[in-house]
Design a protein around this ligand. Sequence first.
Ligand code: HEC
Ligand code: HEC
Length: 235
Amino acid sequence: MSQEQDKIFFRNFTLTLVFIAAMMVAFYTIADLVTNKKGHAGINTINTNDSISVSNANPTNGKNLSQPCAVCHGADGNSINPIWPKLAGQHASYITKQLKNFKEGNRVNAQMTAMVAALSQQDMEDLGTYFEGQKNNLGYAKPESIDLGQKIYRAGDNNTGLPACMACHGPTGSGNPGALYPAIRGQHSEYTATQLKMFKSGERNNDVNSVMRSIAVLMTEAQISAVSEYIQGLR
Ligand code: HEC
Ligand code: HEC
């Protein structure tokens, strides 16, 4: 090869490399867009919890393990302070999923992270089964929130495409343990509203396929507050 041919060869070779690199960047960008449809930067979806079996759980061991939980959640899972969720009557499968999410860092809360560090999967199932067996003491809704709250819960909002909460959480808010839809009836309105705001901002992102994030993002503050009150009184 002459010097001139050499130069042309290297220029073409470099152009080819640049072209390949550009194609790779484009490919990975498209692949990323397709797999992270919701576009929440840096948030991955979780696949560890598609089904949770609690059929070998031991509620007596769960009761023993629940002593440190009582300080915040109440001995029978009916917390008094509305920032701490009631666990009484919650599905064991959903409780197990949440404890796993806290332990693996997929749901973040400083108080809970400390509590789950030493728990095994079996402990989580035992705790879940114990709390599921407790009776939720339920609550009441402020009368002025019932109209809007009921409308959102039972029919959603056609203007924004907000689905009815009832479609998954059920007409009485009892959820669906197999599908991991939590029971929400009787829950403290303050806790419920906080969770909806955290789903809306993406701060809570342990919902599989972004199901609750894509719902909460459609809600106004007024709708969040009214439906949370309504849920507190639901039974
Ligand atoms: C110091 C207070 C505190 C203690 C003790 C505590 N928790 Fe919690 N727990 C919280 C708070 C606060 C939240 C809500 C976190 C959030 O906002 O995401 C929570 C949330 C939960 C949830 C999720 C409930 C839901 O509806 O999604 C479960 C399950 C739970 N705790 C179980 C336990 C168990 C089991 C123990 C004992 C091993 C325990 N907690 C001890 C404060 C506490
Ligand atoms: C398509 C099904 C679906 C619909 C519709 C739905 N949810 Fe949910 N919701 C879920 C699932 C699944 C979870 C559990 C997420 C997780 O695994 O942490 C959840 C969790 C929640 C939680 C957190 C409960 C807790 O104990 O922390 C609240 C609050 C909630 N939903 C309220 C609502 C409200 C209000 C509506 C209506 C505006 C609604 N959801 C509509 C499926 C649904």
